[in-house]
Write a protein that binds this ligand. Structure first.
Ligand SMILES: *[C@@H]1O[C@H](CO)[C@@H](O)[C@H](O)[C@H]1NC(C)=O
Ligand SMILES: *[C@@H]1O[C@H](CO)[C@@H](O)[C@H](O)[C@H]1NC(C)=O
Length: 330
């Protein structure tokens, strides 16, 4: 009896020790989180250029990285259009930015990238009211949604992250050219490394995995920037693709598991402000033009996967995208 009790206490002791060790480990980890975060925070956009009179469109800028990018560009004097699906949320972001930057030229327009009608309506409205467009930031994105299709029948990641922005860029391109020097900045992700363009099953009807669908769409973004940059040579419009870093943002909202992981690890991630730095760098840094078409992370040019450099795939995807959208983009 006595012996059994001793053993039990010993077990409890052991567990206690383990518990204490685990808690101290976790506390140390979390206490050092700010330094770890700083280490991963990466580059900062250091240029001081101001851009009064320049016109900027940012998709999905009602929240997250897009909102921080919009804030900084407004602070530097630009007229900023926040193009987003939820106009109410957009308005609340806009009024916050206006108050914060004392720039009244922060405007909200409705744009639903999962619906080509909405994209066309947005472009039509914009072209009617603005004679210039200097910076287009294709920022909006979805990540790891369950299988679903857009209004036009495209798989959601491909439809929103790639095809939606493809159409938008196409519709606004003349304005960009007329406003040259102008820039297009695309948000992709390091996740493109896991991507592959599955031409035989573009919409994931035969096989679907939400994580890979995200990677595929991000690879499409990189391929497109390269192809676009090539086609835009000599027009004064340049294009850049950006990996913002691992950022705490609402993009995970579609996946419960991701949300949970995100919460747990959030102290280690970049803030949205830090996440906006590379977009800002590509939008503002002077003399970046020779690097048109390149991929940037932490405000530096970065390596892309061989798949993302494949010219044939880029061209084929370009052709297929035009077909899907019913446009002719030579
Ligand atoms: C951005 O991505 C979209 C969709 O992939 C594409 O249509 C557009 O050409 C890209 N632009 C840039 C600058 O990468
Ligand atoms: C894409 O379309 C162009 C023009 O229609 C064609 O010349 C080219 O061969 C196509 N490329 C691929 C890879 O399908």
């Amino acid at each position: 009896m006595v012996k059994a009790a001793t053993i039990a206490t010993e077990e409890v002791d052991k567990m206690l020790v383990i518990l204490v060790l685990c808690t101290s480990f976790l506390s140390i980890l979390y206490l050092t989180a700010p330094s770890i975060r700083k280490f991963f925070a990466g580059g900062v956009c250091t240029t001081n250029v101001r851009i009064p009179g320049k016109v900027v469109v940012i998709t999905g800028a009602n929240t997250g990285i897009g909102k921080e990018t919009a804030r900084e560009l407004a602070r530097r004097g630009a007229r900023v259009y926040i193009a987003c699906r939820d106009v109410l949320k957009g308005e609340s972001a806009a009024s916050e930015i206006r108050a914060d930057t004392k720039n009244s030229q922060v405007l909200v327009r409705k744009l639903d990238l999962s619906d080509t009608k909405s994209i066309r309506a947005f472009a039509e409205g914009f072209l009617a009211e603005e004679k210039k467009l200097h910076i287009l930031i294709n920022n909006a994105g979805v990540m790891m949604c369950p299988f679903s299709k857009t209004t036009d029948g495209f798989e959601t990641h491909l439809g929103v992250n790639h095809l939606g922005h493809f159409l938008l860029t196409y519709l606004l391109l003349e304005r960009l050219k007329e406003s040259a020097p102008a820039r297009v900045v695309n948000l992709s992700s390091v996740a493109h490394l896991g991507g592959k363009i599955r031409f035989h099953d573009l919409h994931g009807e035969k096989r679907y995995c939400s994580g890979f669908a995200y990677c595929h769409s991000k690879l499409a973004n990189v391929l497109f920037t390269r192809e676009l940059a090539r086609r835009l040579q000599g027009t004064g419009v340049t294009a850049y693709v950006v990996h913002p870093g691992v950022v705490m943002s609402e993009i995970v909202r579609h996946s419960f598991l991701l949300c949970l992981l995100w919460r747990l690890f959030s102290p280690f991630f970049k803030s949205t402000r830090q996440g906006a730095q590379t977009s800002l760098y590509c939008a503002l840094e002077e003399g970046l033009e020779p690097l048109s078409g390149k991929y940037f992370s932490d405000c530096k040019r970065t390596w892309v996967s061989p798949r993302a450099r494949d010219k044939k795939t880029a061209e084929r995807l370009w052709n297929v995208s035009c077909e899907l959208l019913g446009i002719q983009w030579e």
